[in-house]
Design a protein around this ligand. Structure first.
Ligand code: NAP
Length: 322
């Protein structure tokens, strides 16, 4: 199987590399995997992207790339839309026309966060900023491509909506731990809620939907799936939890979980507004995985966020990254 993975230098892209390396010999050995970063193909170059797809002939396309600079997107809307909407649309067109499977990732930022309760996959999108708008446009374009080619019995797609991703790269947890080394006190937003999601876990869960135990592509109901671990917290809750985990791992910090102060989002204005409520139900994915009958995939989906963050922080402590 030819597998093409975009975004190789990002958190999710690196998680996929680690995952495929660990899947030897079941999947990786039988597959021809190509990892693509900005150097190999700038995704704002549609011609180059098209050429790459047609040269490599992937049966599985994983788009782990994205324009993720949420605030900068406000002043670079064309680039954000090129990477987050036009490029995925081209990948979807290739997949639909050539019978390939397309995995794409999206975000809680497609919602306005005004809902009282947990977001479902078909809740109305209403992004607040350019990044969210560009990701929402990507979702819509992909669905449209597959809807208009469905009679041809073509490829299949899944869009995994997730939130608060951390992995091998810059993220909120690393920022908090860096600040906690230098400062006696931190102020963190306490009225925005979501679920921290490990990139490694996200790669594993999402691949689990499309690959069977023998490493073959399996059929699944196409569409959007929410993918976050179990539980929820605020940025403040996450900061406190991460700092405590680092202290427990023996890392000397000037901030303790008691000297992190909760503040409302209005006291920390940013160029792009963020949703106050990013809670997303994973019941749709849970039902599909139940139908596939592989209990290990369900167990993985049912992992709570807090244990995963603790392991991540301990891992950072062990390899000297804090
Ligand atoms: N991070 C989060 O908190 C979060 C939350 C919800 C959803 N998501 C979604 O999850 C997915 C993975 O996110 P992530 O955290 O892994 O993102 P990331 O670490 O920012 O990685 C994104 C990758 O995309 C690449 N990229 C950006 N513009 C490009 C261009 N013009 N041409 C080629 N490559 C380009 C970047 O390349 P360079 O390394 O060269 O810059 C980077 O390696 C994305 O779809 C994102 O929208 C993320």
């Amino acid at each position: 199987m030819n597998i093409l993975i975009f975004g190789k230098d990002g958190q999710l892209g690196k998680a996929f590399q680690a995952l495929f390396d660990s899947l030897l010999p079941t999947l990786a050995e039988k597959s021809n995997i190509q990892y693509v970063g900005r150097a190999e193909c700038n995704l704002s170059d549609a011609t180059k992207l098209d050429l790459l797809l047609n040269q490599f002939h992937p049966q599985l396309i994983i788009n782990a790339s994205a324009y993720t600079a949420v605030d900068k997107a406000e002043i670079e809307p064309e680039l954000a839309f090129a990477v987050n909407a036009t490029a995925p649309e081209l990948m979807a067109q290739y997949a639909a026309q050539h019978g390939a499977t397309f995995l794409h990732y999206s975000t809680d930022y497609v919602f306005d966060g005004e809902k009282y309760g947990i977001y479902l996959e078909d809740d109305m999108r209403n992004p607040l900023g350019v990044y969210g708008k560009s990701k929402a446009a990507g979702e819509e374009a992909i669905a449209q491509v597959f809807a208009s080619s469905s009679s041809g019995g073509a490829g299949q797609y899944a869009i995994f909506r997730t939130s608060w991703v951390y992995g091998n790269g810059g993220n909120f947890i690393r920022t908090i731990l860096r600040l906690a080394k230098d400062r006696d006190e931190l102020k963190v937003i306490a009225d925005q809620y979501g679920v921290p999601t490990s990139a490694q876990w996200l790669a594993q869960v999402s691949l689990g939907l499309v690959i069977d135990a023998k490493g073959r592509l399996s059929a699944f109901p196409p569409g959007i799936y929410h993918v976050v671990p179990v539980g929820e917290t605020s940025w403040y809750g996450l900061a406190r939890w991460a700092v405590q985990a680092a202290l427990d791992a023996g890392i000397p910090l000037r901030t303790s979980s008691r000297t992190i102060k909760p503040i409302p989002a209005v006291e920390y204005p940013l160029p792009a507004p963020r949703p106050m409520n990013s809670r997303m139900s994973t019941d749709k994915l849970r039902k599909v995985l139940e139908g596939q009958g592989d209990m290990s995939k369900l167990e993985l989906l049912n992992q709570p966020w807090d244990g995963a963050v603790r392991s991540y922080v301990h891992h950072l402590a062990k390899d000297g990254s804090i």
